[in-house]
Design a binder for this molecule. Structure first.
Ligand code: CTP
Length: 405
């Protein structure tokens, strides 16, 4: 599976470093060439001789060769390593190494190499449960995820300290399969298909400076657009007001209000094979938005009622004009999720509903992960575990692909 692949394995100083010997063996068996780089602390847990022998390459530790057993090499070896690699995996990734990479410190050979990469970076955090849970570590992981770094969640279990919790490095075979998945080219099952994806909130103006909106970050919709493009689709992404970069190869149309989103969707819908409505469209909009900023003095002191009218329901309108298109809706429910999502599926005439509960830990607006249930028109419900939004996007597309063909 990894034949001809160049894997740069960064080993940092935690007790799980002992597993890196078996990890090197797994990679070599799968056909990869492995270059190990270690932090000085990692050498306290496992010897460079062991990892060098198994990888059949000299292990690199220090930024500047010191003659301490390391072969003569150029001081620019971190750049050479970074350019050589098809993927860098840091396993185990300690709290300190994660912090260094997240904040751009280049104090070790490993961290300097991670900064110079042009290939994907993957990290497998491993540390004691409280260090893993600490907001500093979690925020650093959030930074890395937002930059597209792949993060392998640690396993729960008994830790070297005797405490029990999340922090264990998964077994080498599991890590190796994960890396194989990261390096496998995505299936081209959407080649030649046109996908229409909406994302983000809508802003409904009260006056030129105020609006009614919601907390949608747009991350799920952008992840869906990116995943569909990777899988060969022509993607039109209709985005509400969000500050996210356009995924490569995606045609983006920016809109502000629900009515604008309705117009943009209806224009692109006839040419589409599927519409995925992940946008959190405002259901209501101010009936008469003011052309000028409303002055406080102009309003009654005891308060005033803002008249709202309903926005057009985009999914319902699309369902009315559909020919062959697959329709996917989202249901954000804090109670009676399955029941409400099934009701949405039939009332909006959908093929698939993606149900999620924003109150669950690791789900909903603004997070980098989500916990969703996919409910298809046949009534089938598949509950997915907590996954990064990119993985959720691929799982949704796995469900959409057979509906299109
Ligand atoms: N949607 C739409 N047009 C709207 C509003 C929502 O197409 N004007 C889509 C959303 O993109 C989402 C799904 O419909 O895919 C959500 O359904 P909706 O009934 O709007 O859910 P809620 O607004 O959450 O409904 P409720 O508040 O009744 O739960």
């Amino acid at each position: 599976m990894l034949s001809g692949k160049h894997i740069l394995l960064g080993v940092s100083g935690g007790i799980a470093a002992y597993k890196s010997a078996l990890l090197v063996r797994e990679f070599v068996r799968a056909g990869a060439e492995v270059q190990v780089v270690m932090t000085p602390a990692a050498t306290r847990f496992i010897t460079p001789l062991t990892l060098g022998t198994l990888s059949r390459r000299n292990v690199i530790i220090e930024m500047f060769p010191s003659g301490s057993g390391e072969q003569e090499r150029q001081w620019t070896a971190h750049i050479d390593c970074a350019l050589w690699a098809h993927l860098m995996l840091v396993a185990p990734a300690t709290a300190d190494t994660l912090a260094g990479i997240a904040h751009g410190f280049a104090g070790t050979f490993l961290a300097a190499t991670a900064l110079a990469l042009r290939c994907p970076l993957a990290v497998a955090p491993s540390m004691d449960v409280d260090m893993y849970r600490h907001p500093a570590t979690q925020e650093n992981l959030g930074i890395l995820r937002r930059r597209g770094v792949h993060v392998l969640e640690p396993e729960e279990g008994e830790l070297a300290s005797g405490l029990v919790g999340a922090g264990r490095l998964p077994e080498p075979a599991v890590v190796c399969r994960w890396v194989e998945g990261l390096l496998a080219p995505p299936p081209q099952d959407f080649l030649g298909r046109h996908l229409l994806v909406t994302a983000g909130p809508t802003h409904e103006p009260i006056d030129p400076v105020r609006f009614i909106g919601n907390r949608s970050s747009g991350k799920t919709g952008f992840a869906l657009a990116a995943a569909a493009a990777e899988r060969g689709a022509h993607v039109t992404l209709i985005a509400g007001p969000v500050h996210l970069p356009t995924p490569p190869g995606v045609h983006r149309v920016d809109v502000t209000t629900g009515r604008e989103m309705y117009g943009a969707v209806m224009e692109a819908f006839p040419q589409s094979d599927a519409l995925i409505m992940s946008a959190a469209v405002a259901d209501f909009t101010p009936a008469e938005p003011s052309g000028r900023k409303i002055k406080k003095e102009a309003l009654p002191e005891e308060g005033y009622a803002l008249a709202l009218i309903q926005n057009p329901d985009i999914l319902k309108a699309a369902a009315r004009s559909r020919r062959r298109q697959v329709l996917v809706g989202f249901a954000l429910e804090t109670e009676n999720g399955l029941e409400n999502a099934r009701a949405k599926l039939s009332s909006k005439n959908l093929d698939l509903v993606v149900l999620n509960n924003p109150l669950e830990d690791g789900a909903g607006f603004g997070t980098d992960t989500n916990i969703v249930t996919l409910i298809s028109a046949g009534g089938n419900a598949i509950s997915l575990p907590k996954l990064p939004k990119a993985d959720v996007a691929h799982r949704i597309l796995d469900a959409v692909a057979p509906l299109i063909s």
